[in-house]
Structure formats: C-alpha cells, structure tokens
Design a protein around this ligand. Structure first.
Ligand code: TRP
Length: 334
C-alpha cells in the first residue's frame, strides 16, 4: 500500500504560489493515496521564530488546507511537534547519517550563508529530522519540489544505511512523487522574481486571505507591458509579466499555458485581467471565506489537529518500538 508523507513549514502569508504549488496538490493526492499531511513546526524553529507567530502561522496553514478541501477525517492532518516519535527517530538518524552527507546539502549552505559558525545545529541536522518524518511512518512516497529532492535522496541513503547496518529490511526507500510541471508563480510587480511572502510590497502577491475586492485591486495594479497579449508562446520571450499572468490563468483554469496563450491571443491586458480576476475570485473566494471561518475559531482548528496527532502517534508507535528494539534499547518494563 502506498503511503504519502508531505510536510509543509508553517510560515505566514500563504499566497497564490503556495496554493497552486502545494495546497492544491494535497487536495488532489488525498483521492489517490493514504496521506499524512504535516505542519513541520520543529523544522521551522531551525531559524528564529517568534513564538506567538509560530502558533498563529501553524493554525493559518491548517486553516488553509482545511478550507481548500483537505479532508481531515480521510487523511492525517497534524502538527509535527505533537508526535514526539519524529524527534526520537531523528536522533537515531543523527547517529546513522554521516557528517559528509550533510556537508553536501545545498539548502544548508544557502540558508546558513557566510556565517556558518553561527547557524543552529538544528539547521544543520534538519535533513535527518525530515528523514524521520517520512520513515517513522514507513511512507513510500513524498511529493517534493526541486528544492527538496536532495533531502529526499538523503532520506533514502539513511534508510538504506540503517537497513544495512542492522541487517534488516526495516525501512522502505521513499520515492519522490513528481506532480507534473510545477507552476512558478512570479511577483505581480516584477515578473522575473518569485512571488514571495517576504516581498515588502503586498501588491506583489495574492494572499490566500485576500478577499474579492483585494484580489481585484491587486490584479488591476499588476504590472504589464504596452503590447497586446501575444499570438504565440514564442512571443512571450522577454515578456515576464505577460508570461506570469497567463501562467496564473492557465494554472487556475487547470490547462496548459500554451492553451491560455491561444485563448487570449491579441487581446488587450484590460480585457484579459477582467477574466483573470473573475477566475481568481471564483477559485480563491470560497477558500478565503472558509479560511476566515476557521481562523475565527482557533479551538476548532486545535481540536482537529489534536485528533490528527493522535492518529499519527498510533501509526508511528509500532515503527518506533520496532526501531528501538532493533537498535538495542532496553524496553521499559512494568
Ligand atoms: N523541508 C520541507 C520544506 O521546507 C518540509 C518538510 C519537512 C518535508 N519534512 C518533510 C517535506 C517531509 C516532505 C517530507 O519544504
């Protein structure tokens, strides 16, 4: 049986890029697989998080998932820190994975920057916690973007070394799940920059919490160029804003970008933007309203997550017990 583990960092300001790149995929996966969807707050604190904000962001991501249609009854939707087995297995993996492997992780190099001596030990060991997230459930598949492929490779290496060291086929080697061409959603102010939660200008992104009026305003203000929309995909060359807006339309409509180009060929931006706004509001409007409803009742979110954590713990407990025994830890008796 295939089992999917997917992790997302609880960062605030979820935007259209997160929706099209991650949240929507989760909604689709749940129909095909047994899924665990985890908000990885322990990964988040590898860099400084304001405690109140971390709590708020964790609830926000949960609300976004629920609002977008993730079924918390059918899937296991939970917060990483509410299942201590992740941290326990991560420690064992700290003792299986090699320093040389971690030294090759490009994300650590990027995140630690020049001042590597001052990065947290957690940031360095981050991939081992990620391996534990996946393997503590013996998950077989992990949806990953480009930036997490190397970490998944490390999880496979770690699973393999653990199996080889102890001479037992304990862990499956988790496979990446490639979810078709990812939509790269770019800033509405600069088509060459990724849409980002940390851009100073709120007009650069559509947030999942923006209502219809705000979506309308932001798309009307979105940067364009003076030409009409291109007649062919080749003419998008050198027109990053046109490419981005057409890409967003295509992703929302769930069609290829070339099809979107054909549909709006030769039209003025003003007409196209009207249709784009309608589609964005039709898609995000209901999600946005539902998200607000959830966020108005944090106790409800917390209760849903507590149930998810309970189910997660029940799934990981036998694996953890098996691993502890294999490693040679004494069983607590009595
Ligand atoms: N590292 C992932 C990210 O930043 C999040 C993550 C943590 C994850 N644990 C995971 C993703 C396990 C997939 C599987 O996006």
């Amino acid at each position: 049986m295939n089992r999917i583990f997917s992790g997302v960092q609880p960062t605030g300001n979820l935007h259209l890029g997160n929706y099209l790149g991650a949240v929507r995929n989760w909604v689709r996966l749940q129909d095909q697989y047994e899924c665990l969807f985890c908000m990885v707050d322990m990964h988040a604190i590898t860099v400084w998080q304001e405690p109140g904000q971390l709590r708020q962001h964790t609830r926000e991501v949960a609300a976004a998932m629920l609002a977008a249609g993730v079924d918390a009854k059918k899937n296991v939707l939970f917060v990483q820190s509410q299942n201590p087995n992740h941290a326990e297995l991560a420690w064992i993996f700290n003792c299986v994975a090699r320093i040389g492997w971690l030294n090759r992780m490009t994300q650590f190099k990027e995140k630690a920057g020049k001042n590597r001596e001052n990065a947290s030990v957690g940031l360095y060991a981050y991939p081992n916690l990620m391996s534990a997230d996946i393997l503590v459930y013996k998950a077989t598949h992990v949806p990953v973007g480009e930036d997490q492929k190397q970490h998944l490779e490390l999880a496979r290496d770690t699973a393999q070394k653990f199996n080889a060291d102890y001479g037992l086929e304990v862990f499956p080697l988790p496979e990446p799940l490639i979810l078709g061409a990812a939509t790269r959603v770019m800033s509405l102010r600069d088509g060459s920059k990724k849409m980002s939660k940390s851009d100073e200008s709120d007009y650069s992104r559509i947030n999942m919490t923006d209502d219809a009026d705000m979506i309308d305003l932001k798309l009307r203000k979105a940067k364009t160029d003076p030409l009409p929309l291109p007649e062919s995909p080749a003419e998008l060359e050198g027109r990053p804003e046109a490419a981005n807006l057409l890409g967003i339309w295509a992703a929302l409509a769930d069609i290829g970008r070339d099809e979107a180009v054909a549909r709006f060929a030769g039209q003025q931006f003003s007409a196209f933007k009207k249709e784009l706004t309608e589609l964005a509001v039709a898609t995000l409007g209901p999600i946005n309203a539902e998200m607000k409803r959830y966020l108005a009742d944090p106790a409800e979110i917390d209760a849903i997550l507590a149930q998810g954590a309970q189910r997660a713990r029940a799934l990981s407990a036998p694996v953890m017990a098996e691993v502890q025994d294999i490693v040679g830890f004494l069983k607590a008796s009595g």
